[in-house]
Design a protein around this ligand. Structure first.
Ligand code: TRP
Ligand code: ZN
Length: 468
């Protein structure tokens, strides 16, 4: 048989996967293999094809002395195609057992981050199924393409899980792409004296024989990069906003004094945000404050953002605004990051405008005139098209994303712009949306305006636009 001189990459990788599976489970011509990525333009191997997760039940135990995590992930999903095998993204940990619908399943955990599972019986398209993965080990800290550290971070008194964009595969197996959102039960057992804080609502806290169990539930859909666990010593303060929303704030005792005043403003910020962005999409709010050196970035972890050190008011406003922009309406791919960061940055501008500071117009003008003095890379690439995976958190995504929103405000006037700010997260509540969904939405809300020059100059165009 003549050998092809060269295989195209897609064929080569499909072949490699088929060979892998032959090695672990006897492949055949009738294999229906779920893809090992969802072809994200910036992270092609993130996520997996062939199924959609509906719920993660993670049962974890952590020993902060040995730094060992022992976990069971029960993942409920629906098959989107017939499947003889499928992948989960999972990095580093040792998998001991995998089951599908309670039956032992063959698996192969490749060096990088793909855990391939072959259920004993093939799954039919549309079937719902539950995958159980037992694992343990010392979870890894992952350095992401922009150089920041995430995944599982060791902190002064415990650990912290951060996941944007690629960290969550360090501590639970999953479909780690923003397009597949699910509900969660996260239960963590820690040595008595420590606390374990996560997303959503605390359903149970119980100490038995020197260990404390914390059971958290996230009842609304959440992307995996927004899941967190914070383990350590925390001062916990529970309260309610004026309209009865539970507030759960956990602060490293080292940061208590420095953060008390700003965290007391959460109810006030939530009320302002609801007026501007519409009804809050989740069932509780709050914050987790660790020490400044514990993490390299703040993150809008769902319902309960994480801060390395006491935040200032602007950062608290930013992360709470993400609950609407990013967490409820979540980007369809990592290319659409500006939909998160442009809005969260614009929320800071609006807060300032409403509280006696610079108007958004003044902020825009200052950025246009000499923004590159503060944001070196401000004009380096268009917000809707970052240069590479290392740039999805770059200045244009945040600052120029916010400038684009201001251009829309100038074109539509304040009333329509306000409708757009509220309507966008309402229309896509608990869903996913892309940049083209956004431009279509704006065009529909202000149908007598022509936005094409704004999109060309501010969203897709290279370099500094000619006119402010
Ligand atoms: N979303 C975080 C914030 O603005 C920052 C961040 C961390 C980030 N990792 C990222 C932004 C990756 C974009 C991409 O508070
Ligand atoms: Zn942000």
């Amino acid at each position: 048989m003549p050998r092809p001189a060269r295989l195209v990459p897609a064929v080569a990788s499909a072949l490699a996967l088929a060979l892998t599976l032959t090695a672990c489970g006897g492949g055949s011509a009738r294999d229906k293999i779920g893809a090992s990525g969802v072809s994200d333009p910036y992270f092609p191997k993130a996520g997996n094809g062939g199924y959609d997760v509906t719920h993660y039940a993670l049962t974890l135990a952590y020993d902060s002395t040995s730094r060992r995590l022992t976990g069971t992930a029960e993942i409920e999903a629906r098959a989107k195609q017939d499947l003889t095998s499928f992948n989960l993204d999972f990095k580093g940990m040792k998998v001991t057992v995998a089951e599908v619908d309670d039956a032992p399943a063959r698996f192969h955990h490749s060096g990088h981050h793909e855990l391939t599972i072959r259920p004993p019986d093939a799954l039919d398209r549309n079937a719902t199924f539950r995958t159980t993965v037992h694992y343990s080990g010392r979870p890894e800290t992952i350095t992401d393409p922009d150089g920041s550290r995430e995944g599982w971070l060791r902190t002064a008194d415990g650990a912290l899980a951060l996941g944007e964009p690629v960290g969550s595969m360090a501590w639970f197996p999953g479909n780690h792409h923003p397009s597949d959102k699910a509900t969660y039960d996260i239960t963590i057992t820690v040595p008595e004296g420590l606390k374990a804080v996560s997303n959503g609502e605390l359903r149970r806290e119980e100490t038995k024989r020197g260990r404390t169990i914390f059971a958290w539930r996230t009842a609304e859909p959440m992307a995996t990069y927004l899941a967190t666990v914070a383990i350590g010593e925390y001062d916990v303060r529970r309260s309610k906003t004026a309209n009865g929303l539970p507030v759960y704030v956990a602060v490293d005792p080292d940061q208590s004094k420095a953060s008390a005043k700003v965290l007391a403003r959460i109810p006030e910020i939530m009320r302002w945000a609801e007026e501007n962005f519409g009804p809050y999409p989740f069932s509780s709010t709050g914050a987790i404050v660790d020490r400044a050196n514990d993490a390299g970035y703040a993150l809008e972890t769902q319902t309960r953002p994480v801060f390395p050190g006491a935040p200032d008011t602007a950062l608290l406003v930013h992360e709470l605004a993400h609950q609407w922009y990013g967490n409820s309406v979540t980007p369809a791919s990592w290319r659409d990051m500006w939909l998160n960061e442009g809005f969260a940055t614009y929320a800071e501008w609006l807060w300032q405008e409403d509280h006696g500071g610079d108007t958004a117009q003044a902020t825009f003008d200052a950025l246009y005139d000499h923004g590159e003095n503060t944001y070196e890379n401000l004009w380096a690439f268009p917000p809707a098209s970052p240069t590479s995976a290392a740039h999805i958190s770059g200045d244009p995504v945040y600052q120029r994303g916010a400038m684009l929103l201001h251009k829309i405000r100038e074109a539509t006037g304040d009333a329509t712009f306000h409708d757009i700010l509220r309507g966008w997260p309402t229309t896509h509540r608990h869903g996913n949306a892309s940049t083209s969904d956004f431009t279509a939405y704006v065009e529909q809300q202000a149908s007598d305006e022509d936005f094409s020059a704004i999109w060309d100059d501010w969203l897709y165009g290279s370099g500094k636009p000619d006119h402010a």
